[in-house]
Design a protein around this ligand. Structure first.
Ligand SMILES: [Zn+2]
Length: 276
């Protein structure tokens, strides 16, 4: 009897009540999904805005570094007048107003958006650092080093790395990297390290805290590295000696938290007398 009834029910299809329940469940799912979808769209627009701000910052920083000045259209408060083509290229997808400012005492360029808080996205993100390391690997194809002082490689290598990064909207100056060095010991042993200390304050043969990115485990650590003078002895020709050779001098063991590593680096710089 029971089996017969359930067989009849199966042939009858859905009752009105069952249909209403299904419709109600679908309605609830739609209500849940729509805000999630729109918040993902919002995040995508914010990321696009941040990438555009970073590109504009790279462009203006390069202009300042190569020309020794930044155009003749900088207002007294440092606001940079952008050309029409720059305004068209570096836009906020949410309609925010993008403003660039130059700090003429330091040469630092900041690019902000009226709708999105924060400055350009951090170069410390692991995926962005992977792109940075790849740019170095593409140019340093054999074992050896490239450094900001061009002490152990042709200066054209450092310029090629900068150009490769700029083409992706990235700039080592976004890291605060006043001095940096990429070292490749073998095809699977390489790393990148840099300091935010003001280059003019570094003295030869003295220790300086550096931050190191290890691509194999995507971790950052803080080390004390020697600074040596090369060539003319001018601070522009200082370069960092590889910290890998002295493991006792690691101040902060590897962390995947770039912000924490940067804070440790800056604390170590203060302690050692170098300002960040
Ligand atoms: Zn924006």
């Amino acid at each position: 009897m029971e089996r017969g009834r359930s067989g009849m029910r199966a042939k009858r299809g859905f009752t009105l009540l069952e249909m209403l329940i299904v419709i109600a469940i679908v309605a609830v799912l739609v209500v849940i999904a729509i805000p999630r979808f729109s918040s993902q769209l919002e995040r995508a627009r914010e990321a696009t805005c941040a990438a555009n701000r970073r590109s504009l910052k790279g462009l203006l920083t390069t202009e300042y570094m190569t020309e020794g000045a930044l155009r003749d259209t900088v207002a007294a408060d440092g606001t940079v007048t952008l050309s029409d083509s720059e305004k068209a290229a570096y836009v906020c997808p949410d309609g925010g107003v993008i403003t660039a400012k130059l700090d003429s005492s330091t040469g630092a360029v900041t690019v902000t958006c009226s709708k999105h808080a924060g400055t350009a996205a951090s170069l410390g993100d692991a995926d962005v650092m992977a792109a940075v390391i790849q740019a170095f690997r593409n140019i340093q194809t054999s074992n050896g080093s490239i450094d900001s002082g061009s002490a152990s490689g042709a200066s054209s290598k450092a310029a090629k790395v900068s150009a490769a990064l700029r083409s992706q909207g990235l700039s080592l100056s976004d890291l605060g990297a006043t001095m940096w060095r990429y070292t490749q010991h073998s095809s699977n042993n390489f790393g990148f390290y840099w300091t935010t200390a003001a280059a003019g304050e570094l003295s030869a043969e003295k220790d300086v805290p550096v931050i190191k990115y290890n691509p194999s485990n995507q971790k950052y650590s803080v080390w004390l590295a020697d600074v040596s003078s090369a060539g003319s002895g001018s601070s522009a020709y200082l370069y960092l000696v590889n910290p890998d050779t002295n493991s006792k001098r690691c101040l902060v063991n590897g962390t995947t938290d770039y912000a924490a590593a940067l804070a440790s680096l800056n604390a170590a710089l203060k302690k050692s007398g170098y300002t960040a």
